[in-house]
Design a protein around this ligand. Structure first.
Ligand code: ACK
Length: 279
């Protein structure tokens, strides 16, 4: 139970009860398929008696999802229920767990992942020059919806405010990157993807070889230990992704194994040419 949230109509007023009638949700098309669930774009009645419809994203458990996958789905649902509403964290609208397949309804982030958003709004090369963090001396003025220096810093700040919110709940994000952040229609960053139990050993067993190597701090690479501090490291990598308009970190190093070796021997991401030393 997360108390009262007056912003969500019928479903908002009794947040102890998150279940939404299945008939109120219409799945439209698949946005993505993961190992244990699909993400759908969907339409949902704002409440059972009204004709008002809202767009949502639905995470639906696959029929053949493993026990572990189901556990992760429930873990994400519990985390989202617990987190109070925050503008930089994806909002839970409701869930359907009375019958299978289980579903989780969250706010729809029209722009998709931050990585995709950054790539889409990348300005032309001659327009990019972030010389200084002071607003007067930022040299990156763009037109046509392209991202300018001020906007990039705002995106970075929005992610931080989401992370500070998570910290209040003692949550480690663990998988922070530009592709785990979503962007709303109004261009606001929303942290999403909380489908990992906080128990690191269990998570690691499941993850096997799919560690987020390029976002991992040296101590995590060495001992597979994740803390709030390693989240801060990942945040640094994410800021690099923002400043480089969604470029892959260490893009010139082909394999993750080599990235791991190089970071452990002291190699660090280079300062973007258009970015001031201060920043
Ligand atoms: O960049 P995308 O189209 O937007 O591809 C990813 C994909 O699913 C895997 O995360 C999309 N996605 C996930 N959650 C949402 C959401 N709440 N709103 C909109 N798109 C979403 C995401």
């Amino acid at each position: 139970p997360t108390g009262v949230d007056e912003t969500q109509g019928q479903y908002g007023r009794m947040r102890q009860y998150w279940e939404i009638p299945r008939k109120d949700v219409r799945l439209m098309d698949v946005l993505a398929t993961g190992s244990y669930c699909e993400v759908w774009r969907a339409k949902m009645k704002k409440n059972s008696d009204s004709k008002d419809i809202t767009k949502v994203a639905v995470k639906k458990v696959l029929d053949d999802a493993s026990e572990q996958g189901r556990k992760f789905f429930l873990a994400e649902m519990e985390v989202l229920k617990m987190l109070k509403t925050h503008p930089s964290v994806i909002k839970l609208i409701g869930c359907y767990t009375l019958n299978e397949p289980w579903m989780l309804m969250v706010e729809y982030a029209k722009e998709g992942t931050l990585q995709k958003y950054l790539q889409k709004h990348r300005p032309g090369e001659q327009e990019v020059q972030i010389n200084n963090v002071n607003e007067q001396s930022v040299h990156m003025k763009t037109t046509n919806n392209k991202l300018d220096a001020h906007r990039l810093l705002v995106l970075a700040a929005q992610v931080v405010s989401g992370l500070l919110h998570l910290q209040k709940f003692k949550l480690i994000y663990y998988r922070l990157s530009a592709s785990s952040v979503l962007v709303s229609k109004c261009g606001i960053c929303k942290l999403s993807g909380f489908g990992f139990p906080q128990d690191v050993t269990e998570r690691n067993l499941y993850e096997k070889d799919s560690y987020p190597i390029r976002w991992m701090a040296p101590e995590s690479l060495k001992d597979r230990v994740f803390t709030v501090k390693s989240d801060v490291w990942a945040y640094g990598i994410l800021v690099w992704e923002i400043l480089n308009f969604g470029m892959k970190p260490y893009h010139d190093i082909e394999s993750n194994d080599s990235v791991q070796d190089q970071v452990l021997s002291g190699y660090r991401l280079p300062q973007p040419t258009h970015c001031s030393t201060e920043l």
